[in-house]
Ligand binder design. Structure first.
Ligand code: RIB
Length: 342
């Protein structure tokens, strides 16, 4: 087996220099660096990452736990997190829990076994118990997108209530008075808060909440399709619908088309998330945009800072307790799926 000693000999440098080149722990001139990489290529040398992480106490890996990779919101934020993690020379281990707290628990244990340096956790909607393990193990953790009461970690969310409120006030400004809502996965905070925003906006303009206009979805395409069919079939259907995420809004679009109706002529529709696809469907979807890229950058920067802080504190055994709670704002993206009623 080729060792670091063979690489040093081939490159004509010391073993220490090879180690500094591999671990980027000290400046090495471009010439010597190229000599080392050339020797590694010629000898087909693979650094022993396990040995390296035992020495440094770091694996340079981050665990990313998400509920549903088939949902384009999570696909997009995962990609942005991976991009940012790569900038900080971290590899991201993606764990898709399929909205299943049991699978989520299994993945948390996998990440503990792999000794990831940190975890980004978007809850499947269960209790916070799955999160206690890594926190008890002192692994830096960021709770993102879905709030967890009592989580002793940094938290990055968006203002879901205000986003739902703005969606309905926008429809009201277009003279819609019979406004439906397709809610999301009920146990998770974004859905409950967006629905609360819907109700708050209606109450503010003295429109009585009609529960027949509220359909429960699960943030997936099919639930939006099913919910919209139910709303369309009402004896007094809505003239506009707020879907609590873009995936359900697209399912709703499919249902309207299957019923031989048109958006926005027959019914207006607004979504939530602003996934990239929302501008490509026809008509392009009006939606409440989450700052997905900025969220991803902030989440990774906060986690990397915690990891570094932990390494420093390891010497002083200080406990972190200055956890941050960041709530980012959404914004309305007007496209072609809503119209003003005369
Ligand atoms: O689309 C999936 C939804 O669940 C998003 O709105 C996101 O906020 C997540 O909670």
């Amino acid at each position: 087996m080729v060792t670091i000693k063979d690489v040093a000999k081939r490159a004509g440098v010391s073993i220490t220099t090879v180690s500094h080149v591999i671990n980027k722990t000290r400046y090495v001139s471009d010439d010597l660096t190229e000599s080392v990489y050339k020797a590694m290529r010629e000898l087909n040398y693979r650094p022993n990452t396990l040995a390296r992480s035992l020495r440094s106490g770091r694996t340079k890996t981050i665990g990313l736990v998400i509920p549903d990779i088939s949902n384009l919101f999570f696909a997009e934020i995962s990609r942005k997190i991976e991009d940012k993690g790569f900038e900080y020379e971290y590899s991201v281990i993606l764990c898709n829990t399929d909205d299943d707290p049991k699978k989520e628990k299994t993945y948390i244990n996998v990440l503990l076994e792999k000794q990831v340096d940190g975890i980004i956790f978007i809850s499947a909607g269960g209790t916070e118990e799955n999160l206690m393990n890594p926190i008890d193990f002192g692994i830096p953790t960021i709770v993102a997108d879905r709030d967890i009461q009592g989580a002793t970690s940094d938290v990055v969310l968006v203002n879901n209530l205000k986003g739902g409120y703005d969606a309905v006030k926008y429809l009201f400004s277009l003279n819609h008075r019979r406004i439906g809502c397709i809610s999301g996965h009920s146990p998770v905070t974004p859905s409950a808060q967006r629905l609360e925003g819907y109700k708050k906006a209606l109450s503010e303009v003295n429109i009585k909440i009609d529960n027949s206009l509220i359909e429960a979805g699960d943030f997936r395409f099919e639930s939006g399709e099913r919910a919209m069919r139910n709303l369309i079939k009402l004896s007094n259907p809505p003239t506009a619908v707020f879907a609590c995420n873009d995936m359900m809004a697209m399912g709703a679009m499919r249902a309207v088309s299957d019923c031989g109706m048109n958006i926005p002529e027959d019914i207006s529709l607004i979504g939530f998330d602003n996934i990239p696809l929302s501008k490509s469907v026809y008509p392009a979807l009006t939606t409440i945009a989450q700052p997905i890229g900025e969220m991803a950058d902030l989440i990774v920067e906060m986690l990397v800072a915690r990891i570094s802080q932990k390494k420093k504190n390891r010497k002083s055994d200080e406990e972190e307790d200055d956890y941050k709670r960041v709530v980012m704002e959404t914004n309305l993206i007007e496209r072609g799926s809503c119209r003003k009623l005369s």
